[in-house]
Design a protein around this ligand. Structure first.
Ligand SMILES: *Cc1c(COP(=O)(O)O)cnc(C)c1O
Length: 321
């Protein structure tokens, strides 16, 4: 296992992405605050470049390439947002990008990735091992593989979302973070531990795929079959070695949200706050909106991780009774 990133790496990443990534806004809802008796701060990464926090980690990772790596290009595999993030960051830095994407990824994400100038190779994620395919292609073409979460530069880049939130709102009692492979959660946990040490950091993953909750509770990485959930950005089968090590050390708990709760949160964001949030981007908010956690009187941060959803799919989901 390579070295675990630290908060100093998050600070260095913030300097690298400064002027390239957006500083995203923090939104509030007085309706929700009144309902929970809490102060909730939504860090809106749906307004990040390419529509999700993943631009932060991708741009940071590519910024660290040497001249030979820049010439050979970058390769990655992703269910969508990491692909777009690598594609856009690569274009901005003049680096060629090859992206392995699942056949059933939202069409908007596949189109957007191609639109950013990347070469896209599709695979069947219920049949083929994307990591093996990625490694083989990387070796064949001499490209550098930047995985979606288990990489020190990706983790420290994602952590800048949390760092920025604390800078915008000050110390928090709780920070809820959407959780797939754990890049965002582990990076944000590094920031929380450094700048708001009493903040309880909670990861929220899909109920249908609670591998991280099982891993967190058992102390060992648990691998599951690809879960079927509308949270397509969090259909990971297992945490990574780096993300798990940080999550074990710096995260306080992992909870879950059901697909129905994600849809409720999407509706709340659209109706009350006038923002489009993709299902995966609602994970952390859904846990908070359930109203079952002891949040009264607390200052609560929520990372809204992304907003990339086909409009048709969005309409279908929110129209369900
Ligand atoms: C990738 C992604 C996640 C999960 O992030 P990890 O770093 O894999 O835990 C959550 N929300 C959105 C919108 C994403 O694109």
């Amino acid at each position: 296992m390579s070295r675990l990133p630290t908060y100093e790496d998050v600070v260095a990443a913030a300097a690298r992405i400064d002027g390239h990534a957006h500083q995203t806004p923090v939104l509030r809802s007085s309706t929700l605050d009144a309902r929970l008796g809490a102060q909730v701060f939504f860090k809106c990464e749906n307004f990040q470049r390419m529509g999700a926090f993943k631009f932060r980690g991708a741009f940071n990772a590519l910024s660290r390439f040497d001249a030979a790596q820049r010439r050979a290009g970058v390769i990655t595999f992703s269910s969508g947002n990491h692909a777009q993030a690598i594609a856009l960051a690569a274009r901005l830095q003049g680096i060629a990008a090859l992206i392995l994407m699942p056949l059933d990824a939202p069409q908007a994400k596949i189109e957007a990735t191609r639109g950013y100038g990347a070469e896209v190779v599709l695979f069947d994620r219920f049949q083929q091992d994307r990591e093996a395919m990625g490694r083989a292609l990387a070796a064949e073409r001499g490209m550098t593989l930047i995985p979606p979460f288990d990489h020190a530069d990706v983790i420290s880049g994602q952590g800048t979302a949390g760092k920025e939130l604390f800078e915008q709102v000050g110390a928090l009692d709780y920070l809820f973070v959407c959780l797939g492979g754990g890049g965002l959660l582990s990076g944000c946990a590094l920031a929380a531990r450094a700048v708001s040490p009493h903040c309880r950091v909670i990861g929220v993953e899909p109920e249908a795929g609670n591998d991280a909750q099982q891993s967190f509770r058992s102390g060992q990485i648990v691998t599951i079959a690809t879960p079927r959930t509308i949270a397509d950005g969090a259909q990971t089968q297992a945490l990574g070695a780096l993300t798990f090590a940080i999550i074990r050390r710096d995260v306080d708990d992992v909870v879950t949200a059901s697909d129905a709760q994600l849809v409720d949160a999407m509706r709340f964001f659209a109706e009350r706050m006038k923002i489009i949030v993709e299902p995966t981007g609602c994970l952390a908010a859904a846990a908070v909106m359930q109203g079952t956690l002891p949040l009264a009187g607390k200052r609560v941060g929520v990372i809204v991780s992304g907003g990339n959803v086909d409009l048709q799919r969005f309409a279908q989901l929110v129209a369900q009774p």
